[in-house]
Design a protein around this ligand. Sequence first.
Ligand SMILES: C[S@@+](CC[C@H](N)C(=O)[O-])C[C@H]1O[C@@H](n2cnc3c(N)ncnc32)[C@H](O)[C@@H]1O
Length: 350
Amino acid sequence: MTEPQNEPQPDQPTPTGAILRRGPFQVGDRVQLTDPRGRLHTIALEAGKQFHTHRGHIKHDDLIGMPDGSVIPHSSGSSYLALRPLLSDYVLSMPRGAQVVYPKDAGQIVTMADIFPGARVVEAGVGSGALSLSLLRAVGDGGALFSFERREDFAEIARANARIFFGADHPAWTVTVGDLVESLPQTVEAGTIDRVVLDMLAPWECLDVVGEALAPGGVLICYVATATQLSRVAEAARDDGGWTEPQAWESMVRGWHLEGLSVRPEHRMHGHTGFLITTRRLAPDTSAPVRRTRPAHGAYGDDYTPPQEEWTPEDVGERVVSDKRVRRTVRDLHREVDRVSGADPTADGD
Ligand SMILES: C[S@@+](CC[C@H](N)C(=O)[O-])C[C@H]1O[C@@H](n2cnc3c(N)ncnc32)[C@H](O)[C@@H]1O
């Protein structure tokens, strides 16, 4: 049997980042340490360095060269488990500007929007880039992800997070700073996009440009925080007529406690993250067949008034991050990218 290699093989394709996730721990690798109480700490390996806790330290040199999944001695006499962070671990620990899409929803998006290797995908907004990482993984090196973000500082955070995770700029990724409605028609040719993923305040405002970009049969998926946004997307797609009947759902994941006879659901869970809604683009000059089932009595009664005013993040209860905090995040990320790329070997890991 051939041993798995940590080095790229000249005759084999090397999917982005794959070589960073295999083989013994090396200088520069990110390693997630689990302490005896189950708390997680992420470090970046540097020769001669120590990871300090209030009880003592772990030597990076004790980790370098060890296999993934090793147990490492702590100077206090206890032991820490060392593993490379998975994508889901990285996303939850990486620096943020905007709120991220949680792994449970990213998994649903990739599967239900049918993001396939080689696909041409449009995404907006980018925020901190959490969802972009899952989309890049799914399209692979041979696909194309065109991501749009109207805030330059958020785009910068997302690019840095991706560079740290993949170890380099991902070859399938193009990030455009600008509003999707203005920038999309200038960036991609009409009818050439397989899938569109929208995570933004007002996705219904983008339906026209997204409809132009999508190939017939292409999938649009929107992730929204509130039921009012969900309803607005569904009504806008129906009014437009060039889309299949929208489907919406939410997913709830409840972890389980597993200890001896105490096998039960965890007491705490994320009660709500967001809703997902999908629809598919119809062929040109085609309208969706008239629905056989009639809307419920009163669904469009006199009191049905879709909101017309401009929405703000506060309207839908989004946490607004201060500009000062975002500037600090950008600064810290630049130092980490420099460290990963070897430009500043004196900078600290986390
Ligand atoms: C909740 S965040 C996206 C989070 C991201 N999906 C993640 O997982 O990290 C929403 C982002 O959409 C951006 N945005 C909102 N409307 C936009 C538009 N019309 N065009 C481009 N970006 C937009 C906002 O600036 C914000 O950064």
